[in-house]
Design a protein around this ligand. Structure first.
Ligand code: NCD
Length: 324
């Protein structure tokens, strides 16, 4: 029996969060209204009790800094607690051969939600199918999706640009394997008149299938071959890391060369960025953004983009787990 996560349709409570496909612009606007309020809660020294008595399991099969850290901080900001399972393939019964389904059934007995990151695309959906009592939140499944990253990316764009439609963006790097790119393209396609220029090494282009899928869902995609073709004054640049751990053997041999094929530096910013172009990156970066531009006010990857991750996740958790 095929399983599809439910559409949000204005109601987040108890729902799995697996893919951007579940969201409409209205759902995103409900989430963003609350996100704004979460900023105040986070700055407020007084503890919040929105998630008091709630336990969230963070089940991370793949390494993570921001997603793990910000989910943990979000739960704690709201007065809840976490069960942290890092590297279950080494430190839990998964190493003894326990299946994903059994692992999920076990941790749902201890918690009110499970946030899962895994190296295989589709795993979050399998986990959601296995869970009987608690919602599953996808924190990145292989080359598949990373919905909460997209929600924070969209929030960051909206905060700076005041809108999510009629935007021109540039996405650069590993478009074949980058799940943040895949989810963000789905996110942008929910709004009208968005155009995204795609720049990547040949072997890391968006797959033909994805290109078709995203173009037909509404976002206009234009593949370009070099930095020279980056449009002047785009609304945002979204640079990404070459996903070393997901490369085919042929590309892996060429990793050092692929890794820094396209670099954001002062020279490029001076030539191509507009006064208001925001420079984004989901992080980690491994050489593709020169630290010389970190203090440029247009660079948001170490400032608002990171911070918004916590606020958006606070809002999402409170909507999914709210008690009334
Ligand atoms: C991204 C991821 O895990 O997909 N990181 C993140 O969650 N911020 C990007 C990456 O690893 O390149």
């Amino acid at each position: 029996m095929s399983f599809e996560p439910q559409k949000i349709n204005g109601k987040f409570k108890g729902k799995d969060i697996i893919s951007l496909d579940q969201f409409s612009p209205k759902d995103i606007s409900i989430l963003f209204k609350l996100t704004k309020k979460m900023k105040t809660i986070a700055y407020n020294a007084k503890p919040s009790s929105v998630l008091s008595g709630k336990i969230v399991t963070l089940l991370f099969y793949e390494p993570s800094s921001r997603t793990f850290g910000s989910f943990g901080a979000s739960v704690k900001q709201l007065g809840g607690q976490t069960v942290d399972i890092l590297n279950p393939q080494v430190f839990s019964s998964v190493s003894k051969g326990e299946s994903l389904e059994d692992t999920i059934r076990v941790f749902e007995a201890y918690s009110d939600a499970i946030v899962i990151r895994h190296s295989v695309a589709g795993t979050a959906k399998i986990a959601a199918q296995a869970a009987k009592f608690v919602p599953i939140i996808n924190a990145g499944d292989g080359v598949g999706e990373h919905p909460t990253q997209t929600l924070l990316d969209l929030y960051t764009i909206q905060e700076k640009e005041g809108k999510l439609d009629s935007l021109t963006g540039v996405m650069v790097g590993d478009l074949l394997n980058g799940r943040t790119v895949h989810s963000l393209l789905k996110g942008l396609s929910l709004y009208k008149k968005n155009t995204v220029y795609l720049l990547s090494p040949d072997e890391l282009k968006l797959s033909k299938e994805d290109f078709q899928k995203f173009s037909s869902s509404g976002v206009k995609l234009i593949e370009i071959e070099s930095e020279k073709e980056i449009p002047q004054d785009a609304n945002f640049w979204y640079w990404t890391r070459v996903q070393k751990e997901r490369l085919q053997p042929q590309s892996l041999k060429n990793y050092e060369n692929l890794k820094t094929r396209f670099i954001v530096n002062k020279d490029l910013v001076e030539k191509k960025a507009g006064k208001k172009t925001i420079i984004m990156h989901p992080l980690p970066r491994v050489g593709e953004i020169d630290p010389e531009i970190d203090e440029d006010p247009r660079a948001v990857y170490l400032s608002s983009q990171v911070r918004n991750g916590m606020y958006v996740r606070m809002a999402l958790l409170s909507l999914v787990l709210k008690s009334s």
